[in-house]
Design a protein around this ligand. Structure first.
Ligand SMILES: C[S@@+](CC[C@H](N)C(=O)[O-])C[C@H]1O[C@@H](n2cnc3c(N)ncnc32)[C@H](O)[C@@H]1O
Length: 216
């Protein structure tokens, strides 16, 4: 039995749940099952590696962000990195479209504020929460599997709700980067943000991936 009193803050206790021994296996098999049912929405067979999750939250001032949003958290691997890095007085919201994944996430992280909704509805979710602007938006969404109109729609929600000096991060798989949909998405990023940085390739991920770090 875990003694949660050993973990100082609420976030640390929440995150500790993600490291229960069976949870890694459950996360992998759930993502795989959901991918087989709906490949274009899930976009990946495996959760992101710890190295990729770390790259996703590097260099975005997550420690000083007052409001952080995660789009497409899946089973919560990036969520755990976000929660351990952000200030525990700050506000975190996740938005996950797949109902099965949402329920599993809720079970592992019952105290995290997650909506079973589409990232397309970011504005109305933030309105309900009384939030004007978000300081960091971290996305695990499978952009290369989206239509151009869905890419544009979600990205416009991101731009609209990101604070002027806020950060948007997302990852792309190396093997998919030359697909027309991935190149269209990269063009959209370049049009939408004044600054788009590309990280080194994270080889320690299946498949290898890199991160886009963007500012308006
Ligand atoms: C590749 S998985 C990423 C999971 C996790 N963030 C990771 O890095 O391992 C993509 C997730 O985005 C979710 N998703 C896809 N379209 C979405 C949308 N329009 N709004 C919110 N979540 C969405 C999928 O259901 C899936 O859980």
């Amino acid at each position: 039995m875990y003694n949660f009193d050993n973990f100082r803050t609420y976030e640390q206790r929440v995150v500790r749940c993600l490291h229960l021994p069976r949870s890694d296996h459950l996360k992998k098999s759930l993502l795989l099952k959901r991918f087989l049912k709906n490949p274009t929405q899930i976009g990946s067979l495996y959760p992101s590696s710890s190295a990729l999750c770390q790259e996703m939250i590097s260099g975005i001032d997550i420690e000083s962000a007052a409001h952080v949003v995660e789009l497409g958290p899946g089973t919560g691997v990036i969520t755990s990195k976000i929660l351990t890095s952000m200030n525990h007085n700050s506000n975190f919201i996740a938005i996950e479209l797949d109902t099965h994944i949402y329920k599993a996430f809720k079970k592992h992280l019952p105290l995290v504020n997650i909506y079973n909704d589409s990232a397309e509805n970011l504005s109305s979710i933030l309105k309900d929460e009384g939030i004007l602007h978000v300081d960091a938006i971290v996305s695990g969404l499978p952009w290369a599997a989206f239509t151009y109109s869905l890419q544009k729609q979600i990205l416009s929600e991101v731009i609209k709700n990101l604070s002027p000096d806020g950060y948007f991060t997302t990852f792309a798989y190396v093997q998919g980067a030359l697909l027309p949909s991935a190149r269209r998405f990269k063009k959209l990023l370049n049009h939408s943000f004044a600054n788009v940085e590309t990280s080194e390739i994270v080889w320690n991920n299946i498949p290898p991936a890199f991160v886009y770090r963007c500012q308006k």
